[in-house]
Design a protein around this ligand. Structure first.
Ligand code: ARG
Length: 468
């Protein structure tokens, strides 16, 4: 760019230009860059810093550049360093000399900070909408299978029977925390940096409140040095996205396990499964596997920016343009994963014969037998020991609890009576009638609460994002 090389005699080295250009990735900021520039120009005119006519010429020019970009007619020239320079240069070609007034009272440092904030705000809105849809898919799978029982696991060992709906609502809770985290991140992203200039503020009588209003920000950055050097909001988005991907990867892992022959709890819809090029019998859970894999790159993007920002002196440093690629990749990865998971989860078929069989095997009622003895007057520790011995006896005899006779029970404790037969999978689940427990009554309430939470009119203070 000739005007930013004003003090130099030499042209820039070709490799150096290519190396430092952010245009190959930051072109994605163009809708925000143009929105920001139009608001800036309106403000300049309102304040009498440029004339109304000049503002109109510039605004019209910017609007036609937006059209060129949208229609793929814009010519990207690598030597233009970044999207901000590319748009300004094109404006010069379109409207001539007056284009030079656009950058009055502005630096690329506060400009790029603005673009990034607008971009992340939009990304948060989209992420929240996708999260809501995905939560709805979890709810509908839970509702369709309201009475299905599965073994609940700890250490991946069968532990106690639980309702599948309860298990699915555990995921609902995780994604609800993600919703809250993205809403929280929005608060610190929703800050308008224009007016900070290169770092120290600008010398013109700008109206920052007006800019914030035009661009839909609820706050104005209180310190110009911080405003041009802060990328916390990008890191926060990356951290919230990492947690969300972690949750998706845990679900992915269970989908992989559960759709496999050993568990065989669920059948994936063919639309979300892949065949093997070699083994004709295979139906692979590739979508879930790819999501499990992609989680790593989202963590990587987070760490990469944390390291980029580490020990950077104030204020803006060019290192910071490395914030973009990773952010874009994180957003694309998270949104596509949420989207494909919504469809995959909605179409899962539960193999009830298998879940039922699994839930009635493996001494899952051992805790309930101990609780039975406690109700008959034993202490829990004692009861635990008795049932442990009962389990090892049953294992040795290769019998389930149901196959043991009353006298076999009684040989372990006189407290066992005829009513021990009423300890069943259904009674075990119904007994956990505590807030947050797996009893059908509680799960019904939790489902109703979850459904209310994903209703679009819930917490509708900030209409677009759904955050309060
Ligand atoms: N491409 C730059 C970035 O993404 C824009 C800001 C450049 N500012 C500067 N003083 N060179 O960070």
């Amino acid at each position: 760019m000739s005007h930013i090389r004003g003090r130099f005699q030499k042209a820039a080295d070709e490799l150096a230009v290519k190396y430092t250009s952010s245009l190959p990735f930051d072109w994605r900021l163009y809708p925000y860059d143009i929105r920001g520039s139009i608001a800036h120009v309106r403000m300049l005119a309102k304040q009498g810093i440029i004339s109304q006519e000049e503002a109109e010429v510039i605004t019209d020019g910017l609007a036609s550049i937006r059209e060129e970009l949208e229609q793929g007619k814009f010519e990207f020239k690598l030597e233009l360093e970044d999207i901000h320079m590319a748009i300004e240069a094109r404006l010069g070609e379109l409207v001539g000399e007056v284009a030079g007034k656009l950058h009055t009272a502005r630096s690329r440092n506060d400009q790029v900070a603005l673009d990034m904030r607008l971009f992340v705000k939009e990304a948060i809105s989209e992420t929240l909408a996708s999260l809501r849809q995905f939560q709805q898919a979890l709810i509908s799978l839970a509702e369709e299978n309201k009475s299905v029982v599965i073994p609940g696991y700890t250490h991946l060992q069968p532990a106690q029977p639980v309702l599948l709906a309860h298990h699915l609502l555990a995921y609902f809770e995780m994604f609800q925390r993600d919703v809250e985290r993205f809403c929280d991140c929005l608060k610190r992203t929703d800050v308008m940096p224009l007016g900070s200039g290169a770092l120290a503020g600008v010398t013109y009588n700008v109206d920052r409140e007006f800019l914030a209003g035009e661009l839909g920000f609820s706050q104005i950055s209180p310190n110009s040095i911080d405003a041009v050097s802060d990328r916390d909001f990008v890191i926060e988005y990356g951290a919230a996205a990492s947690l969300c991907m972690m949750h998706l990867s845990r679900l992915a892992e269970e989908i992989i396990l559960w759709s496999g022959a050993e568990f065989s709890f669920i059948e994936l819809d063919e639309a979300y499964a892949t065949g093997s090029s070699l083994m004709p019998q295979k139906k692979n859970p590739d979508v879930a596997e790819v999501a499990r894999g992609k989680t790593g790159r989202v963590y990587g993007n987070l760490l990469s920016l944390l390291v980029t920002m580490k020990a950077l002196p104030l204020s803006y440093n060019r290192d910071m343009q490395e914030d973009k690629d990773g952010l874009f990749d994180t957003i694309d990865t998270l949104l596509s994963t949420l989207g494909v998971f919504t469809g995959m989860v909605k179409t899962i078929k539960v193999k009830v014969e298998n879940t039922e069989r699994a839930a009635s095997q493996g001494y899952l009622l051992a805790t309930d037998l101990a609780d039975y003895l406690v109700r008959k007057g034993g202490t829990f520790r004692n009861a635990h020991g008795i049932v442990a011995r009962l389990v090892s006896y049953a294992v040795e005899k290769d019998k389930s609890f149901g196959e043991l006779s009353l006298s076999e029970f009684k040989s372990f404790s006189p407290l066992f009576g005829e009513d021990v037969k009423s300890v069943t999978v259904a009674s075990s689940i119904a007994a956990r009638d505590v807030i947050g427990g797996t009893a059908p009554r509680q799960v019904e309430k939790a489902l109703a609460a979850a459904k209310k939470m994903v209703r679009p009119d819930f917490k509708r203070v900030n209409k677009k994002s759904g955050c309060s």
